[in-house]
Design a protein. Structure first.
Length: 335
């Protein structure tokens, strides 16, 4: 069957099999057998998840799955059909989320995914638009301050425990701080070959930008303390020799790290919930307090693809960023 993809959404009949053709955000044609989705909202979301996985968009598929799990919990597992998706139902779901202690931005995150799926189904002719998301929150609210002080970072640096999991969480937080707020996914992916001639180079998963920085003594100490078991990765997070898929290994490690970081923060007495993202915010905040120019901070964190920083970014000499990073690290470690 030849598919016409000149229009965003179309319905084509072929041997009495109705196929819904629509185009995703990347301009790729996606085919959904209407008979397989029927009128079930759940089944349609599951078909979206399967397509995303097939396209290699694993993290997006996981976000859709998390949203579906949450919505199913609200519905007590009861199946939902397109005609059931009404403004009243969505307002009730929002009330359920907020009553469960879900923060406003997460409420918006779930609602925006459900809205995207619902509108795709409407455009594909599978549902009539009842405008169910007109009166629920789908915006982005300002989050609480995530940065912690240099004194807090020093407390983390000085922390000692017999609990190996706590010490691993501490090490990963500090490694992120030392590397200008590197995300945990990028830390996990680091290979030994990424460190060459006194420099660390890596590609940000989020923006695909290549970042390069001086490899410091503090970074090396952590790499020496937590070497990989497969001989390929830089740190003991992922192991190519294990049977467990790499993605599952990462999720397991990430969940454990988040748990022990929160515990570490409570033990030290930090009021903020301690996460790897706090390390990123804190590096930027401390750098600014040390009068490091915003343009250098932005370039050092790899913000060149973000509109909020792109407007004032210029080509910054890498040694200036390394000098700033060295001063920040030494203010914590005293080295």
């Amino acid at each position: 069957m030849k598919v016409n993809i000149d229009i965003p959404y179309s319905i084509i009949n072929d041997d009495d099999c109705e196929i819904v053709i629509h185009i995703d955000d990347d301009g790729k044609a996606l085919a959904v057998n209407k008979a397989s989705t029927c009128n079930s909202f759940y089944k349609y979301i599951m078909s979206c998840i399967e397509r995303l996985r097939g396209m290699g968009r694993v993290r997006t598929a996981e976000s859709y799955q998390s949203t579906l799990n949450s919505f199913r919990k609200f519905m007590l597992g009861k199946d939902v059909f397109f005609e059931d998706i009404t403004p009243d139902l969505m307002r009730s779901y929002q009330a359920f989320l907020t009553a469960s202690g879900i923060v406003l931005n997460t409420v918006s995150f779930y609602m925006r995914i459900l809205r995207t799926v619902y509108l795709n189904a409407v455009r594909a002719g599978l549902a009539k638009n009842n405008h169910p998301f007109d009166n629920v929150y789908t915006g982005i609210s300002k989050t609480a301050k995530r940065a912690i002080s240099a004194e807090n970072i020093k407390e983390i640096y000085s922390f000692e425990s017999m609990d190996s999991s706590l010490m691993f969480a501490r090490a990963m937080f500090l490694f992120s701080f030392y590397t200008r707020g590197m995300s945990f996914v990028d830390i996990a992916k680091l290979k030994k070959t990424d460190v060459r001639d006194g420099f660390l180079s890596y590609q940000r998963s989020k923006t695909k930008q290549i970042l390069k920085m001086s490899w410091t003594r503090e970074m090396q100490e952590i790499a020496d303390q937590y070497p990989s078991k497969d001989g390929l990765h830089l740190l003991n997070i992922l192991n190519e020799k294990q049977r467990m898929p790499i993605r599952e290994q990462f999720k397991k490690r990430q969940a454990s790290l988040n748990y022990f970081l929160k515990k570490l923060g409570r033990l030290i007495g930090i009021s903020n919930v301690l996460t790897m993202y706090v390390a990123r915010h804190s590096w930027a905040s401390i750098a600014r307090h040390m009068n490091v120019p915003i343009s250098i901070i932005s370039d050092g964190m790899g913000h060149s693809s973000e509109r909020t920083t792109q407007v004032y970014l210029t080509s910054i000499d890498a040694c200036m960023i390394d000098k700033a990073n060295s001063e920040i690290i030494h203010s914590i470690t005293g080295g």
